[in-house]
Write a protein that binds this ligand. Structure first.
Ligand SMILES: *[C@@H]1O[C@H](CO)[C@@H](O)[C@H](O)[C@H]1NC(C)=O
Ligand SMILES: *[C@@H]1O[C@H](CO)[C@@H](O)[C@H](O)[C@H]1NC(C)=O
Ligand SMILES: *[C@@H]1O[C@H](CO)[C@@H](O)[C@H](O)[C@H]1NC(C)=O
Length: 445
């Protein structure tokens, strides 16, 4: 123990010295060697930790975006587009534009699994299964059929992020810390690691997303913090984790989630509402694939606008029908989605119950995921705990910020602060979700 302390001590000394020299003689800070990557279901991002200043920097791509859509588009000639460029052509190229690949990574399915059948119907691109049950995507190119695995989609996204970081930092970077959902099992963690190694990078640490979010807010060095609840409402899922922090070590005490409750589900309800409206107005169903894609993208934009403004205009130029304009108010958006909002506190209650604690025992609440920008969500969670959640960091960048802090810890750039650690969780996650036309189902997986 004492030798560990002295090693850490001299590392800190060397670092302080480097910082002093840098300030005194205007030397550039040492280039980062390890990046933090959040390979998310809907968005991904990359960051570095600056040893001397202790800041994390989330790096933008050449379009200036720090949240990169986890979307990969293939052109008929085989060219590959990533992020916003892939999203821009998605409407015109739905069969060759892959998103949500993380939902399939490291998992196996059977052809008659109702969930898999529903997924096949839900996505415009073709999903098939290998004999061993792993999913892959089948992409029709002009002269061949391309087969792409979820790991390969992940590696394309990681390579894109790495290129952006190397370009910005003007240095090669070959190591990463990558975050995964808390409930990912070893196979899913390995598959995520495989995505990283396919891109030529070395995985230094896999960190769970809630722990990363807590690190981002510096909760590991805040006095008197014992229990932290992380509420992550992303594009496809709601995940709640109870973390127990003891001596700089994070232990996941409980997890609960609803894998049918995320930003997309709010969009889907609005889509159904608008499609009914269109059908009654034109006497015709909206069926064209490109029209539907246009509608989906307009709804996403409207939802984002409604996080700051009381109303949003949806304007469509439909191939099948006509121009279509609709004013959606925030009140209307919340009314259409009332039932979904009602379900948000269920996994929170379940996780607290499994951790054997009450709301009064919780010291800190962290909100993660773009969907926590919806004002209604912040309000719901705040009043449930009678306490204001942490939300200063962009909820879409909290996980990558924490992964970058962890990268800084591993890289030795963590002066005078507790080196955060995470113990592997043996907890099972409780899944709470609402089946179509069925009562609430609750199960342990
Ligand atoms: C494929 O087509 C796109 C435009 O349609 C073009 O920009 C790109 O250079 C082409 N790629 C190859 C490999 O020919
Ligand atoms: C299943 O087979 C595919 C193709 O051979 C392979 O890429 C994948 O890793 C395999 N999955 C498992 C779980 O072994
Ligand atoms: C995951 O990878 C590690 C190291 O590569 C290996 O030892 C372990 O058996 C793998 N676990 C699973 C479940 O594939």
């Amino acid at each position: 123990m004492s030798s560990t302390v002295s090693i850490i001590g001299s590392a800190v000394l060397a670092l302080l010295l480097a910082g002093y020299m840098a300030q005194k003689y205007g030397l550039p800070p040492p280039p980062p060697k390890i990046v933090g990557i959040d390979l998310g279901t809907t968005f991904s991002s990359i960051g570095v930790y600056h040893a001397v200043t202790g800041d994390t920097e989330i790096i933008a791509d050449d379009l200036g975006k720090r949240s990169i859509p986890s979307v990969v588009g293939f052109l008929a000639n085989g060219s590959v587009l990533v992020g916003h460029r892939a999203v821009e052509q998605q409407e015109k190229n739905p069969l060759r534009t892959i998103y949500d690949a993380k939902r399939f990574i490291g998992k196996t399915f059977s052809e008659d699994d109702p969930q898999f059948i529903a997924d096949k119907e839900r996505y415009p691109f073709t999903i098939k299964l290998f004999e061993n049950g792993s999913a892959y995507f089948e992409i029709p190119l002009s002269s061949s059929i391309k087969i792409v695995t979820p790991e390969e989609v992940g590696s394309i996204i990681i390579s894109y992020l790495r290129n952006a970081a190397e370009k910005e930092k003007k240095t090669p970077i070959a190591q990463l810390v990558i975050s995964v959902p808390a409930e990912f099992d070893d196979i899913q963690r390995n598959a995520t690691a495989k995505a990283a190694s396919l891109s030529g990078m070395e995985v230094r640490r896999i960190i769970s997303e809630p722990t990363a979010a807590a690190l981002a807010y510096g909760l590991h060095k805040k006095k008197g913090v014992e229990y932290i609840v992380v509420v992550d409402l992303g594009g496809g899922t709601l995940d709640v984790s109870v973390l127990w922090l003891q001596g700089g070590i994070f232990v996941t005490q409980a997890m609960a989630g609803n894998n049918r409750l995320g930003g997309q589900d709010f969009n889907d309800r609005v889509q159904h509402h608008l499609m009914d409206h269109i059908e009654s107005k034109y006497g015709k169903k909206l069926e064209d694939k490109e029209d539907l894609q246009q509608l989906r993208m307009a709804i996403e934009e409207a939802k984002i606008r409604l996080t700051t403004f009381p109303k949003a205009v949806i304007s469509l130029d439909l191939k099948d029908l006509d121009t279509f304009d609709y004013v959606l108010t925030r009140d209307q958006f919340e009314a259409i989605n009332e039932e979904l909002f009602d379900h948000i506190t269920e996994p929170i209650a379940a996780a607290l119950e499994d951790a054997h604690i009450g709301t009064q025992d919780v010291d800190e609440i962290v909100l993660v995921g773009g969907s926590t920008r919806m004002p209604r969500v912040r309000k719901l969670v705040g009043s449930y705990f009678k306490r204001t959640p942490n939300y200063g960091i962009d909820p879409e960048l909290a996980v990558v910020t924490g992964a970058s802090v962890q990268a800084g810890v591993i890289g030795g750039g963590w002066p005078l602060q507790v080196a955060a650690m995470e113990l592997a969780s043996k907890q099972r996650k409780r899944h709470i979700y609402k089946e179509k036309r069925a009562p609430n189902v609750e199960c342990s997986v």
